[in-house]
Design a protein around this ligand. Sequence first.
Ligand SMILES: [Zn+2]
Length: 172
Amino acid sequence: MPDLVRVSTLYRQTTFGVAVHGPSHRLVGAAAGTLVLNAHAGSALLQHPLLLLGSLVLGAWGGTAPDWLEVPYGTGRRLITHRTVTHWVPVWCGLLWCAYQGAWAHPTLQLGLQAFLFGGLSHLLMDWPNPRGVPVFWPTKRHSLALWNSGQHDVKLVVLLGTLAVARLLAA
Ligand SMILES: [Zn+2]
């Protein structure tokens, strides 16, 4: 019986942790990307499919950024320790604040950066509730909301954010 529990735990850690959690981060990031652009561009977004596509791609890219910025290599090794500085909430909030300052010479670049950063922030929001948590005040000290295990409610989060993004687009 303990073996069965161990196998089930491993299955959750591998199948859900890798196969499901990565795409979930991309999908939630993509939804977050469209939400930020939608807030800016309003109905104009629907008239420019490239803006919508760009926001989806950049949001999805940002949605996995805190993990790939750790520079994974070999089998499970990373150049930067997992969930430290790349998952540090103040960094992403600070960069997002900068991305909202003033009107940029290239508004499309500004919107793209915001979509990417919102994607990154959505990653932290998905990691925060699980036991490992994310660094909130200090890069080496993580805090967990201890609400659920990694990947446990990813599908619900994807559906929730996706629905919100589509609703906002249709209302624009
Ligand atoms: Zn992460």
